[in-house]
Design a protein around this ligand. Sequence first.
Ligand code: UDB
Ligand code: ZN
Length: 188
Amino acid sequence: MFLMKDVVRDPNPVLRATAKKLTFPLTAEQKQLAHDLMEYLVISQDEEANAKYHLRPGVGLAAPQVDQSLAMTAVLIPDEEGDDGDKIFMKEVLVNPRVISNSVQNAALAEGEGCLSVDDEHPGYVVRHARVTIEYYNLDGEKKKIRLKNYPAIVCQHEIDHLNGILFYDHISKEHPLEMDPDGILLG
Ligand code: UDB
Ligand code: ZN
């Protein structure tokens, strides 16, 4: 399993690399990586299990964040926004995911974003697309297409960015960090 010591931190260059696309069938090693990414999220969100490991509670973890430059990311998104409910909105490992279409309208989390790989604070609105259609493969190599909005759309854009060497603060305006276009949505 992965622990905090395994999570690479900014400015490690692996976080700025373009992750390699995977081919199917996945190797046993790649399937294990997928399992370990999801296991991190599950344990980190379980207060009782996490008491032992002290993981930062995570909603997404991409392979480059554990020093594997491969196009794979796990997401575990609770139903309500919050970490103590036990209902899950989305639990999936996305292989070779990409945004195939997006709304013109933007959205940002009102509280800004953080990242398991970024220890410094970077205040400001991380301006993203309000809605996205994502194409990806599951672990069995089946092609999937999903449409997401609100918080799940933000999480998946954050994770897909990791596969393209992009970090959340790249999307914060340097001059006006708390400026949002007039028709943009502030979430939360
Ligand atoms: C996070 N979690 O996981 F467990 F409902 C952030 C961190 C950086 C603060 C740990 C988070 O925002 N909230 C959270 C955590 C839970 C349950 C819950 C909400 N990430 C993932 C990450 O760094 N992936 O690379 C950062 C998020 C900021 C916006 C989307 C992802
Ligand atoms: Zn991140």
